[in-house]
Design a protein around this ligand. Structure first.
Ligand SMILES: Cc1ncc(COP(=O)(O)O)c(C=O)c1O
Length: 381
């Protein structure tokens, strides 16, 4: 029996060749491959500018740092990886959680509006599992106020918003970030990107990702000679390598293929699990292009008389890996200790967490793998 993990990358010979070509070239960092990846990504999502960095967390961090956030408050969803809220804490914002909409599993606009205070500086929706959050609603509440919007699209490259337009076009936000961790839809090994239509923000991002230093003649305040560089703000070294950039561009060329395979697997799962009254399938999105990153079901563990660890063990016995996305961030010990968050504050996210389980979903799954998962899940009862 083959073991099927909940997610994994897919690398072809041309991905390998792209990385090897860079290894044999003059640039291992700060060269043409990362610049090409930036251009490719901006063109694909339909944004004007793109800055790539070493991972998605760094993208969140420098995006908020370049926006001069903090002190103040940032509103986000509890149903995300800790990185989204951690980035707020890095820049001195207090993370404020607003509950999810159980119908979409995304940050609820109603809960977000209720969480706004005069101190709110930022809203960071996450397109959970690949389904875009309701960006026009967030844009409307940020309009006329000094509130910036950063989309965490770590799960959502390839997806389209309701009504069309690719995730990352930033029509309703200041910037959008992506992650290229191996479990994501396309990978650069590790990697991240910020896309934006705001030229001034883009210039600051380039400086902040590289120590706060610039050599750009047009941006210098002094210019005594060609050797001159200038630190204009406190920055970091979050640069992406050329090997990552080459892999990222090569993977981006396969995104449509990866997406089609993901969509086919999702359609088969949906059909196979339709009749199970103890299992809720992911939100339905008729007519909307969604590149689903995770296939998250909600299981009524009481109804089937098994706990989640027992279910995960039973699936593992059948060669099927599974995972939990996510433990609500406000329940993490550091958040409780630092910001006084507590159980009971985000009831929809907490209820969802009690029931959620991510099943395998990745483009290299064969039809036999998909059927193995379906048989294992159906066999739970
Ligand atoms: C929603 C979300 N935000 C941020 C991140 C952080 O990305 P990275 O692992 O590339 O730092 C991840 C990935 O783990 C994620 O899933």
């Amino acid at each position: 029996m083959t073991f099927i993990p909940y997610g994994r990358h897919h690398i072809d010979a041309d991905d390998e060749a792209a990385v090897v070509a860079v290894l044999r070239s003059a640039f291992l960092t700060q060269g043409p491959a990362t610049q090409a990846f930036e251009a490719d990504l901006a063109a694909y999502v339909g944004a004007k500018y793109c800055a790539v960095v070493c991972n998605g967390t760094a993208a969140l961090h420098i995006c908020m740092a370049a926006m001069d956030m903090g002190p103040g408050e940032g509103v986000t969803t509890p149903n995300t990886f800790v990185a989204t809220a951690n980035a707020m804490a890095y820049v001195g914002l207090t993370p404020v959680f607003a509950d999810i909409d159980p119908a979409t599993l995304n940050l609820s606009p109603t809960a977000t509006r209720a969480a706004l205070t005069p101190q709110t500086r930022l809203i960071a929706p996450v397109h959970f599992a690949g389904l875009p959050a309701d960006m026009p609603a967030f844009a409307a509440m940020a309009a006329d106020r000094d509130i910036r919007i950063v989309e965490d699209a770590s799960h959502a490259i390839g997806s389209e918003y309701v009504g069309g337009g690719r995730v990352g076009n930033c029509r309703h936000s200041d910037a959008t970030i992506f992650s290229f961790h191996p479990v994501k839809t396309i990978t650069a090994g590790e990697g991240g990107a910020i896309v934006t239509n705001d030229e001034a923000l883009y210039q600051r991002l380039q400086i902040v990702r590289s120590h706060g230093v610039t050599r750009e003649p047009g941006l210098l305040t002094d210019n005594p000679g060609s050797w001159w560089y200038e630190q204009q703000m406190l920055g970091f070294n979050y640069r992406m390598t050329e090997m990552q950039g080459a892999l990222g561009s090569s993977q981006l060329r396969k995104l449509e293929r990866f997406m089609a395979r993901r969509q086919a697997i999702v359609a088969r799962y949906r059909q196979a699990f339709a009749g199970l009254n103890w299992l809720v399938r992911p939100p339905e999105t008729p007519g909307q292009t969604v590149c689903q990153h995770l296939f998250v079901v909600q299981i009524d563990f009481d109804a089937i008389g098994r706990t989640r660890p027992q279910v995960m063990a039973a699936l593992l016995d059948q060669g099927v890996g599974s995972q939990v996305h996510y433990i609500p961030v406000h329940l993490q010990p550091w958040y409780r200790e630092t910001f006084g968050t507590a159980a009971g504050q985000q009831p929809a996210a907490e209820r969802y967490y009690e029931r959620c389980l991510s099943l395998p979903l990745f483009p290299a799954m064969t039809d036999a793998d998909v059927e193995q998962v379906i048989t294992a899940v159906r066999g739970l009862v």
